[in-house]
Write a protein that binds this ligand. Structure first.
Ligand SMILES: Nc1ncnc2c1ncn2[C@@H]1O[C@H](COP(=O)(O)OP(=O)(O)OP(=O)(O)O)[C@@H](O)[C@H]1O
Ligand SMILES: [Mg+2]
Length: 369
């Protein structure tokens, strides 16, 4: 059991251009399931490989438990890593594949057997122990790969996109199994993915990275409700948050967000933080699921707090519909309940609850209100 601390960690590859990871600070609690998420190339694997000892740390310190591990060789770090491309030995049975890491560490035979049986039980692969990997499905092989990490009783599990080779259905299933597994084995897990749905469903907390820099570290709900900047706001949620450039105008003590197509009153609760932006443009963000037809808003939306739009395309998904809406200079996506009848060309008004509107500084992209 161990916490993992990144203390000002930076990584610059020899010959590489920009830093792969810059000034990374985060503390992962003992037994926490932390998900590292971000687009391709943002530094997720690099951060992970530094914990494992597979990459040198250019700057800062990594602490596992109470030990600074910067100069500790991988074998002394007590971390187990599962990669996307799990390599099982094809000529060995599942049992021998599982036992192999223990054999390398000279664990006595009786203990080896006991640990292999225990891991097989936890992963529900006991019935496959005498098969060769080629006689297993992809999902079963993936579980064997996880088993090789589990038998080690490591303090920290590092998983780098371990589900990406599986088909959609198996991914969802294995995802659920991993969550259960974490409850049972009670180790610290750092899990890398570029899939925000995977991140949201699995993580106790999520670290969102972009271009080597940690953007936000928070619980899934916090990330969704209160993204710290436009990058996080756009990365979490599907379909993505709508972003609109609006001019902020003040008149008679009220604030309005103005575009060529509409003039929408800004909720009073946002007014204070937006004062410095009066007369300037800001980025307004609203998630598709929060943009509803006016009459469906709980309570009464003030008439000047709505956006008049034209229905462009309606996509029916059965349990919900995606509606593409236009207003001069703006295209908006809305995600609505399937019982609403809308046709292309129809004029409607949409609105969002005040706390569902996000305002970002157009230059720094930080959320201001
Ligand atoms: N061995 C290396 N030498 C030089 N540059 C590297 C090396 N490995 C990675 N990089 C660079 O470091 C940056 C971060 O790479 P990293 O593999 O950590 O990204 P990632 O977030 O894991 O991406 P992906 O989702 O595609 O796996 C990238 O710009 C990459 O090109
Ligand atoms: Mg990677």
């Amino acid at each position: 059991m161990a916490r993992v601390i990144f203390d000002g960690v930076g990584k610059k590859y020899a010959g590489g251009g920009a830093n792969a990871v810059t000034d990374l600070n985060m503390e992962i609690a003992d037994r926490e399931f932390l998900v590292l998420v971000g687009p391709s190339g943002c530094g997720k694997s690099t951060a992970m490989r530094m914990v494992a000892g597979l990459e040198e740390i250019t700057e800062g310190r990594i602490i596992i438990g109470d030990r600074v591990v910067n100069d500790l060789p991988p074998k002394d770090r007590d971390v187990a890593m599962v990669f996307q491309s799990y390599a099982l030995y094809p000529h060995m049975s599942v049992r021998d594949n599982l036992a192999y890491p223990l054999k390398l560490r000279k664990v006595p035979k009786a203990e080896r057997e006991q640990r292999v049986n225990e891991a097989a039980r936890v992963l529900d692969i006991t019935q496959f122990l005498d098969r060769k990997p080629k006689a297993l499905s992809g999902g079963q092989r993936q579980r064997v790969a996880l088993g090789r990490a589990i038998v080690r009783n490591a303090d920290v599990f590092l998983m780098d996109e371990p589900l990406s080779n599986l088909d959609a259905k198996l991914r969802v299933q294995t995802r659920a199994e991993l969550i259960k597994l974490h409850e049972r084995v009670q180790t610290t897990i750092i899990y890398v993915t570029h899939d925000q749905v995977e991140a949201m469903t699995m993580g106790d907390r999520i670290a969102v990275m972009s271009l080597g820099v940690l953007q936000q570290l928070a619980t899934p709900q916090e990330l969704y409700d209160n993204p710290t900047n436009k990058f996080v706001a756009g990365f979490i949620g599907s379909p993505s948050m709508n972003f609109l450039d609006v001019q902020l105008q003040g008149s008679e003590g009220r604030l309005y967000a103005v575009t060529p197509g509409f003039k929408m009153r800004v909720p009073d609760t946002k007014g204070r933080a937006l004062q410095p932006y009066i007369g300037q443009s800001v980025t307004l963000g609203v998630r598709p699921e929060h943009l509803v037809e006016r009459s469906r808003l709980g309570g009464d939306a003030p008439p000047d707090a709505t956006i008049p739009v034209t229905v462009d395309i309606v996509e029916t998904l059965g349990n919900e519909i995606f509606v593409y809406l236009t207003s001069p200079g703006t295209v908006l996506t809305s995600r609505m309940a399937p019982d609403i009848q809308l046709t292309s060309g129809q004029q409607i008004e949409v609105a969002a609850e005040p706390e569902r509107l996000h305002f970002f500084d157009p230059k720094t992209e930080l959320k201001v209100a």
